[in-house]
Design a binder for this molecule. Structure first.
Ligand code: HEC
Length: 167
């Protein structure tokens, strides 16, 4: 009994710094600024590529996927804290690994259209600020389609590289 109370207290203490960081208004403001200039909105907000970004579902996942020749079709997923369809079930470290190493928690590497190589150069403070900002968004339930393999038929819009007409 005493032991479990103690463990709970230790767990609460261990979580405290993370929660404080997530709620830090300065970090959230910095994250918002970085997200605005890093173009996350373009690829991760519904409607953006259709010319009508749905700002009520900001960063909740795009219905337009990118076709990468030989790899398949990839839609920018939901980055809001929704547990089932967004990043709500991911730890901060898992979001950072996706952003800076292209690694998803299930081990799949993100398609190279997600510019994680560029984000790999962010300072720890800046990447933490981006995570704090994503955590502050209202959760929106929206599961993006895919990913689709190179031989699979995509079920939603696709942006693709079109070769020039044969001469
Ligand atoms: C040029 C388009 C593009 C930009 C810009 C972009 N992303 Fe992405 N992102 C994607 C695509 C497409 C995927 C999915 C790739 C895949 O499934 O292999 C993705 C995946 C992710 C993932 C993994 C989510 C998951 O469920 O697998 C995270 C986290 C993420 N992006 C965050 C961001 C953040 C934060 C920014 C801005 C700092 C950003 N992205 C900018 C296109 C983009």
């Amino acid at each position: 009994m005493t032991k479990s109370i103690l463990l709970t207290a230790v767990a609460a203490l261990a979580m405290a710094p993370q929660m404080a960081a997530a709620a830090d208004p300065a970090a959230i403001a910095r994250g918002k600024y970085l997200v605005a200039i890093a173009g996350c909105n373009d690829c991760h907000t519904p409607g953006y590529f259709l010319g009508k970004p749905d700002m009520t579902r900001f960063l909740a996942g795009s219905e337009v996927g990118f076709e990468i020749p030989g790899l398949g079709v990839f839609h920018g997923p939901n980055l809001t804290p929704d547990k089932a369809t967004g990043l709500g079930g991911w730890t901060d470290a898992q979001v950072v690994a996706a952003l800076q190493k292209g690694e998803r928690p299930d081990g799949r590497m993100l398609a190279p259209i997600m510019p994680w190589h560029a984000f790999a150069t962010l300072t720890k403070q800046d990447v933490d600020a981006i995570v704090a900002y994503l955590r502050s968004l209202p959760p929106v339930a929206n599961k993006v389609p895919g990913p689709f393999g190179p031989t699979e038929a995509p079920t939603s819009f696709v942006m693709k590289i079109v070769p020039p007409p044969a001469k």
